[in-house]
Design a protein around this ligand. Structure first.
Ligand code: SAM
Length: 349
């Protein structure tokens, strides 16, 4: 079994399958996607999985929370000894730096958590004894993933540290803050962690950095920006949490986020307005075309149908209408529901 194993939000398997199929074809690889609705994962079977994996970097996949190189599909495992067939299926001459035991993020798979833990405790020493796992965890080496689909069914896969999410299942564990005005704060925190690199993140914290938050009420995203040190113009007809205004770093403007424009160029703009994704994409493009911001994070709320097509269309529209070269990264984050999050900045040089 050769291919990719990608995890996604349960229910978004058709979108991920469509994305993998189209992206693989564009990169010149033959293959096919295998999936079932609400399982939280998609397999993409193809002969040259190493080359395909290099051609589809994890950071460029929108609906994949994680991307792994699949090398074994072990079915009918004997509950009294699941380890021997796993050791036999390992690629020769590879010493992994870590073992990750996981199961897809779906309701049906949740009961497998206990088994994954106990099997991991038994498998780890067996892998070390076989010379397939380093004595100490080494995050610079390939990581071995065992994905339990059932008590007698496991997928074996590997990840490259530079080309995969560093969190099990691609889900960063973020703690909800009691004083955040809304749970939406976690969405922006995750976006800044997953989509923005360290160099870009510095721009958040430079002295006197300024931002706009379109669709800011009740203030979760504004709260994240203020915690990062920015001064924020928060645009929304709805109310903002009082404590935010007390910081002296927030100006609340009751205005329409589709027509408001900043009096002077800003460093950052974020937008969480619930609106038609095309309309949002066009407005975001205007901000970059007019030079109103250097960095942006925005959400595109997806329709019920043809969500992969709509995603492509909106991102193309955004890139085209910005009329300047942009770096664009988009992902359906763990805290996103029927939406994706986009980061954009102007390409330099
Ligand atoms: N990001 C916010 C947070 O973290 O608390 C939550 C935003 S909520 C999902 C969407 C907001 O967009 C609503 O408060 C709504 O009033 C606002 N909104 C929708 N259309 C808007 C528009 N045209 N102009 C300004 N705000 C708008």
């Amino acid at each position: 079994m050769n291919g990719l194993l990608c995890y996604c939000r349960a229910g978004f398997e058709p979108e991920l399958a469509g994305e993998l199929t189209e992206r693989a074809a564009m990169a010149g690889f033959a293959g096919y996607a295998r999936t079932e609705r609400n399982t939280g994962y998609v397999l993409f079977i193809c002969d040259d999985a190493d080359a395909l994996s290099r051609g589809l970097p994890w950071s460029t996949l929108i609906f994949a929370r994680q991307k792994l190189r699949l090398f074994a599909d072990l079915q009918g495992l004997d509950p009294s000894d699941r380890i021997t067939p796993m050791l036999a299926a390992l690629p020769k001459n590879i010493r992994f730096g870590e073992l990750v035991m996981e199961h897809p993020d779906s309701d049906a798979s949740k009961p497998l958590a206990g088994l994954a833990r106990s099997l991991g405790n038994a498998l780890r020493p067996a892998l070390r004894k076989a010379g397939a796992l380093t004595r100490e965890d080494n995050a610079r080496l390939q990581c071995l993933h065992v994905c339990l689909l059932d008590g007698d069914h496991a997928l074996l896969a590997s990840s490259e540290p530079e080309d995969s999410a560093p969190w099990p299942l691609g889900i960063p564990r973020l703690r909800a803050h009691a004083d955040a005005p809304s749970r939406s704060a976690l969405k922006l925190e995750e976006a800044l962690l997953v989509l923005v690199n360290e160099r870009e993140r510095v721009s958040l914290t430079h002295d006197g950095a300024r931002a706009a938050d379109l669709g800011a009420s009740p203030g979760g995203w504004t709260w994240v920006l203020v915690r990062n040190g920015l001064h924020v113009q928060a645009i929304d007809n709805g109310p903002l949490q009082g404590q935010l205004l007390d910081t002296g770093k927030v100006e609340h403007l009751r205005a329409d986020g589709f027509s408001w424009q900043p009096p002077q160029p800003l460093d950052w703009m974020v937008c969480d307005m619930v609106e038609q994704p095309r309309r949002v994409a066009e407005r975001m493009a205007t901000w970059f075309r007019e030079g109103w911001c250097r960095y942006a994070v925005f959400n595109l709320k997806l329709p019920m149908k043809k969500r992969w097509q709509e995603t492509q269309l909106c991102l193309e529209l955004f890139a085209q209408q910005a009329q300047k070269p942009l770096i664009i990264r988009a992902k359906q984050l763990y805290h996103d529901r029927e939406e994706i999050t986009v980061f954009a900045t102007i390409k330099r040089g």
